[in-house]
Write a protein that binds this ligand. Structure first.
Ligand SMILES: Nc1ncnc2c1ncn2[C@@H]1O[C@H](COP(=O)(O)OP(=O)(O)OP(=O)(O)O)[C@@H](O)[C@H]1O
Length: 334
């Protein structure tokens, strides 16, 4: 029997996803067993330091990996189909129409020698048989949706500001009003003011059109106001997952706490920014036990040997032995 998704409200179900880079010195598992369920219309922020596997996970979900990276295990169920098992042709059919991807840099994603209108037209023609008028009308419509005057359909990417280029990329992702848009740091090349304004616009569009978003960033404060749920990644694994409010109010994983302490709060009381000493590990040879133990301020002896699972901690899930049910029971009893 064909296995399908288990949650009827889920738009996306990622099960035990592994993505590995095949290198001359061995395999580097950059995504190591990620599980995730995304509801229709939900906004999920994915945070973590550089090199934690956020982009690789996103590309693994969207099936956009290129060698030396490949999905080595797991399933990605999207609207009843396992994307990992689909042919390139079937995937092509889903891309843009059902889910689209907005990359980090529009300058790299957009073709510098074609106008914006030309690129919209190419994207539409690859997926639908629309008349020239339909293409023109829809292209103008999506550009207006992101606050750009449709006269810019005649502009080349270099004639737009950085913020406008990113908006144009988002407009392109909206051409077919997909159910899911995955975004890989779409605001990182912009200044702080442009970042906030683009972020607010993405949120507004999402409310208006109802698509779900997976939004990757290394900036905790950027997602704090916009995402419904937050996934914190460390060394290829999910270390905390919960509503953004719950994670911000009481981070259950020492790594999430460290990330939060590394960012200034605009409204909160003034405090010293402590950050996290050291750097994420080489994923080719991750630390034994808990992968965060060498940098963890509250590591215990057993963190060096015992691998934590994701434990339920109130409203969130955290991969930390402090929250292992058995350990808590011992603490309560002692
Ligand atoms: N071509 C490659 N060969 C081997 N390993 C790679 C390659 N590209 C990436 N990696 C490994 O994958 C890990 C995750 O990279 P990835 O870009 O997904 O992280 P990220 O969290 O998105 O970082 P950033 O915020 O900088 O984009 C890196 O730490 C690195 O070890």
């Amino acid at each position: 029997m064909l296995e399908t998704t288990t949650d009827p409200n889920a738009l996306l179900e990622v099960r035990n996803l592994w993505v590995e880079y095949n290198t001359p010195t061995g395999s580097v598992p950059a995504v190591a067993g990620v599980d995730l369920t995304l509801a229709k219309g939900e906004f999920l922020g994915v945070v973590g330091e550089s090199g934690c596997g956020k982009s690789t996970m996103l590309f693994g979900i969207a099936q956009l990996l290129n060698p030396p990276a490949s999905v080595t295990a797991g399933e990605v169920w999207f609207k009843g189909q396992n994307l990992v098992a689909l042919s390139a042709k079937s995937l092509n059919h889903l891309r843009w129409r059902d889910f689209s991807v907005v990359m980090q840099s529009a300058m790299n994603a957009l073709n510098p020698v074609h106008t914006i209108g030309h690129q919209f037209k190419d994207a539409i023609k690859a997926h639908a048989k629309w008349s020239e008028t339909e293409i023109r009308v829809r292209s103008a419509e999506v550009l207006e949706l992101v606050g750009i005057d449709p006269v810019h359909l005649k502009s080349y990417p270099h004639q737009l500001s950085g913020g406008m280029r990113q908006r144009a990329m988002i407009a392109m992702a909206l051409l077919f009003t997909p159910d899911l848009i995955v975004m890989d740091e779409p605001t990182s090349a912009l200044d702080v003011v442009a970042q906030r304004s683009l972020m607010a616009q993405i949120k507004e569009l999402q409310k208006q059109l109802g698509f779900a978003v997976i939004f990757v960033t290394h900036d905790m404060s950027l997602v704090s106001h916009f995402s419904d749920r937050l996934m914190v990644m460390y060394a290829g694994q999910v270390v905390e997952l919960g509503t953004t409010r719950a994670v911000f109010d009481a981070p259950a994983h020492p790594y999430s706490k460290g990330l939060l302490d590394a960012f200034p709060s605009i409204r909160g009381e003034k405090k010293r920014l402590t950050g996290i000493p050291g750097a994420p590990p080489n994923l080719g040879r991750p630390p034994t036990g808990c992968r965060f133990h060498p940098r963890c301020p509250v590591a215990m002896d057993r963190c060096i040997v015992d691998e934590p699972e994701l434990y339920q901690v109130g409203a969130v899930q955290a991969r930390c032995l402090l929250h292992e049910p058995a350990a808590q029971k011992v603490e309560i009893e002692s």
